[in-house]
Design a protein around this ligand. Structure first.
Ligand code: PGA
Length: 237
């Protein structure tokens, strides 16, 4: 049953993080280990995956994108198998910042399929571009992106207008959209997170309302702040 299991809280560092930031990864891992009531993961730049996974073996380290092809002449591309080989356990696909860079629904579905094939958990992001679009349009977007194969797929509802803006939808709106998305994925086991300007201040209300977890951008860059998000998500279950 959604709502009864541990919330999943995933940090997304985006294009931030150098070797000098591995101490922050280790500090986040310590916060996560002290809060067993929440399942934590951290998606770092591809260049940091291997070092982060070594430095924080107890924390699930993830990537932020992958190529749809397994290998080949794709200069600059990084395949899902390469990410898994580096130590990633999950990968974000369909983030709105990748969609803005040209990923369409077909490309995202192909990437999700490739990630499943490589044994990675997929964090599949969907969300409306304009405030006020109905839940049905977000659900339709998910239907177009969802690979029709069995795999570990977690959905993240991220309204584009809420990402990095300090604005987020009313909790009841998040509940309504995530419910619609859960129906698309089907099955009681489906998990749908929320992302977009999550902070220690709004995390508790979201988790308390039954949202399965959170995708956290800016507030995951600082270990104490991300630790406070993890603590808020734990305290409400
Ligand atoms: P934000 O980013 O928390 O900084 O709004 C969320 C995301 O892009 O996943």
């Amino acid at each position: 049953m959604s709502g009864s299991r541990r919330p999943l809280v995933v940090g997304n560092w985006k294009m931030n993080g150098l070797g000098g930031d591995l101490a922050t990864v280790a500090a986040i891992a310590r916060h996560a280990a002290a809060l067993p009531g929440v399942e934590a993961a951290l998606c770092v730049p591809a260049t940091l995956i291997e070092r982060a996974a070594r430095r924080a073996p107890g924390l699930a380290i993830g990537a932020q994108d992958c190529h749809a092809a397994p290998a080949g002449a794709f200069t600059g591309g990084v395949s899902a198998a390469m990410l898994a080989d580096a130590g990633a356990r999950l990968v974000i696909v369909g983030h709105s910042e990748r969609r803005a860079d040209g990923d369409d629904d077909d490309a995202i579905r192909a990437k999700a399929k490739a990630a499943i094939g490589a044994g990675l958990r997929v964090l599949l992001c969907v969300g409306e571009r304009d405030e006020g679009d109905g839940a049905a349009s977000v659900a339709a977007q998910l239907t177009r992106c969802l690979p029709q194969i069995t795999g570990d797929v977690v959905v993240a509802y991220e309204p584009c207008w809420a990402i990095g803006t300090g604005r987020s939808p009313a909790v009841r709106r998040v509940v309504a959209v995530t419910r619609a998305l859960r129906e698309v994925v089907g099955g009681e086991g489906a998990r749908v997170l929320y992302g977009g300007s999550v902070t220690p201040a709004n995390a508790a209300a979201l988790i308390g309302a039954g949202i399965d977890g959170l995708l956290v951008g800016g507030a995951s860059l600082d270990a104490a702040t991300f630790g406070a998000v993890l603590a808020a998500a734990t305290a409400t279950r």
